[in-house]
Design a protein around this ligand. Structure first.
Ligand code: SAM
Length: 263
């Protein structure tokens, strides 16, 4: 078990800076709120929720605010510590419990849950969706919802931006696999299409809706540059709102959200 946890623990070194660099950036917050708008319709007080790959717990705390009893699960002990500290500071320690997991050695996720939310690419670190789907089948209550936000196989922004600069990053997703340098460790990454997600979770989970997340807003490595141009940023956010209901654009977005119901 200790060996299996070596890889996600590579994310430890990002735990302290993750909010400043991504989660609390203006585009990062805005995109998260766009996800919340879709997921929020399926929440109710007293529900049981799992934040899978919770990072610094932004979604776990939001779910707890909505009245859920939340399990915040991640492979990075430092991320879990940030999540637990935030929950304690906000007086929600009794509603958010943390759990160390490895998405690549998943067995029991606990539960039953009425909602599982996995936001902003945690599942791109899972090499195989089949064991995850089996674990979700066991962990999600009948009628419960799963909301998965992952990086897609084709990101128009990334291809155009880096293609114009003749950088290999332009095509890094196309094969569906690459590696990311996470604090010096080469972490394998998978890129999933909405179809990959739907097929992996079928037939136990039926798709409810698919949404693009980041068609006009760029990937997070370009956030800092964009924040220096507030007028452009505002315009891109406005355009992003207009396309949130167009599932076919999910295939071109940085991330996409698939909502599924356990039948
Ligand atoms: C891009 S962050 C997303 C965090 C959070 N869901 C959010 O919306 O901000 C990816 C998260 O996945 C976790 N992670 C990566 N590989 C993992 C693995 N094999 N098992 C469990 N968690 C993993 C990392 O520790 C990190 O917190």
């Amino acid at each position: 078990m200790a060996e299996a946890l070596l890889q996600p623990a590579a994310f430890d070194r990002f735990a302290d800076d993750y909010d400043a660099g991504f989660a609390h950036s203006i585009p990062g917050r805005w995109l998260r709120h766009a996800v919340w708008r879709q997921v929020g319709a399926h929440l109710w007080p007293g529900m049981r929720a799992l934040d899978l790959g919770c990072g610094t717990g932004e979604d776990a705390l939001w779910l707890a605010h909505a009245g859920a009893q939340v399990t915040a699960a991640d492979g990075s002990p430092a991320m879990l510590r940030v999540t637990a500290d935030k929950a304690a500071r906000l007086g929600m320690a009794d509603r958010v419990v943390t759990r160390l997991i490895d998405l690549n050695a998943i067995d029991d996720l606990g539960g039953p849950y009425d909602m599982v939310l996995s936001n902003f690419g945690a599942l791109n670190c899972a090499m195989d969706l089949a064991p995850l789907a089996a674990a979700l089948r066991r962990a999600v209550a009948p009628g419960g919802m799963v909301a998965l936000v992952v990086m897609g196989r084709f990101c128009a922004w990334e291809t155009l931006w880096y293609g114009a600069r003749l950088r290999r990053t332009a095509v890094r997703r196309w094969s569906g696999r690459s590696t990311a340098d996470i604090g010096g460790a080469a972490i394998p990454i998978r890129y999933w299409t909405p179809g990959d997600i739907v097929r992996a979770l079928a037939p136990a989970f039926q798709p409810v809706s698919v949404h693009p997340v980041g068609v006009f807003l760029p990937p997070s490595d370009l956030f800092a540059g964009l924040e220096r141009h507030p007028r452009h940023l505002t315009r891109l956010m406005r355009w992003e709102t207009r396309v949130a209901g167009h599932p076919w654009l999910a295939r071109l977005a940085d991330h996409h959200l698939t909502l599924l119901r356990h039948v």
